[in-house]
Design a protein around this ligand. Structure first.
Ligand SMILES: [Fe+2]
Length: 400
């Protein structure tokens, strides 16, 4: 009889455990604007119920998650009616988890020359370094993040890569700072990327799968997914992705996207224009055809008044420099940041590279400081001796 009781209790426990869902990706902020923001999260079941309470704005519940992979459900709650340039305190509950005392800040209104701080990071492919970088960025309290691609280490079609290399190490940061990422070569196929990061609502009609744009105060940002080689295609030819075709695209499409975006009255009125993409024009491992792509789009970037471009991919810090393509100086500044380093020493931060040829780094960009039309670009590079990111001595200041 006793054995039967133990057996039945075990069965009941198994059934209950099977039904219990849990947070696979904890809530993260996305698509911050001057009047709204999205909370997104992934749970293992449909009964997690993402509830968000924003002080002074009400309570939001997402009860209809979308199954994005077997037994993985994406929840999203869209918060509207917020005031520009305002700090909000919020709390959330998701599954059994409840966290309060969190906060976020909305963007200034479009064209407003208010101070804006954003961090640029990328190549988050090493867990210990990702945690260190995320904590360091959080301490600087940026308004938002640009991620220049390679959020995962191996293959972006593999779910575990996303939690191991991005969402888990950055979970605390992503609860207070919204991220705007562009896909890198490791987000192969970009299906999961697009589930996590659909084009922001303010994007142009060409948006999707890594092409999008958004405005933050008086700055305009364009994300371009420019990678050579679809999954399995290797590095043979330039391949651009576009949601409208759900597949291969070409340089003409990219030009059309940039032209359409630049023609918007809102874009034209903006003081600053920034581009961010994964592969810089001086990447050593790019094919010749990539250079051709750059030769074709660089005149457009000049014509549309871009100020600066941010890159990743090289895992090397390259300070702010003029973009030179095929001997032609574009007059547009570029900076490459990177975190990942390879080798057995991944686990030991004291052995992380301090060699400038491969130093983990991110950058903090401040616009409109004290109301001036200036941009201050401050790189943070890895200080192996003190086991922390420290501002490199050189900051770049430029005016508009
Ligand atoms: Fe890369």
């Amino acid at each position: 009889m006793k054995n039967m009781f133990v057996f039945l209790t075990g069965i009941l426990f198994c059934i209950c455990s099977g039904l219990e869902s849990k947070a696979l990706v904890e809530p993260y902020l996305y698509d911050m604007s001057d009047t709204g923001v999205q909370f997104r999260a992934v749970g293992s079941g449909t009964k997690d119920l993402l509830k968000v309470k924003v002080e002074g704005n009400g309570e939001y519940t997402c009860e209809n998650p979308v199954e994005i992979q077997p037994k993985k459900y994406l929840y999203s709650a869209e918060i509207k009616g917020l005031s520009p340039s305002t700090a909000y305190t919020y709390s959330f509950s998701f599954g059994k988890k409840e966290i309060s005392g969190l906060s976020f800040r909305t963007a200034p209104g479009t064209a407003e020359p208010k101070e804006v701080k954003f961090a640029v990071w990328g190549d988050t492919q090493t867990i210990v370094m990702d945690i260190k970088a995320a904590d360091s960025i959080a301490a600087l309290k940026p308004d938002f993040l640009l991620h220049v691609g390679d959020l995962v280490r191996g293959d972006g079609r593999n779910w575990k890569e996303w939690t191991d290399y991005f969402f888990d190490p950055a979970r605390a940061l992503l609860m207070s700072v919204p991220v705007f990422p562009v896909p890198g070569n490791h987000e192969q196929g970009v299906e999961l990327f697009s589930q996590f990061f659909p084009a922001p609502k303010s994007s142009s009609k060409h948006a999707g799968n890594g092409y999008y744009s958004f405005d933050y105060g008086n700055a305009h940002f364009v994300s371009v997914h420019l990678w050579y080689g679809a999954p399995g295609a290797g590095d043979k030819s330039p391949v651009l992705y576009n949601a409208n075709k759900n597949g291969r695209d070409d340089v003409a499409e990219l030009k059309a996207m940039l032209a359409g975006d630049a023609a918007s009255p809102v874009t034209k009125a903006q003081t600053w224009k920034f581009l961010y993409l994964h592969v810089p024009p001086d990447a050593k491992n790019g094919p010749e055809s990539m250079k051709q792509v750059w030769k074709e789009i660089l005149p457009l970037l000049k014509a549309y008044g871009f100020d600066m471009a941010f890159f990743g991919h090289k895992h090397i810090f390259s300070d702010t420099r003029e973009l030179v393509v095929d001997g032609e100086d574009s007059g547009i500044k570029g900076m490459t940041v990177g975190l990942y380093w390879s080798g057995k020493e991944d686990w030991d931060l004291k052995k992380a590279p301090s060699d400038p040829s491969c130093v983990p780094s991110f950058a903090l960009v401040t616009l409109n400081k004290s109301g001036k039309k200036e941009a201050v670009v401050q790189p943070y590079i890895w200080d192996r001796e003190h086991v922390e990111f420290a501002p490199s001595v050189k900051e770049t200041v430029f005016f508009r």
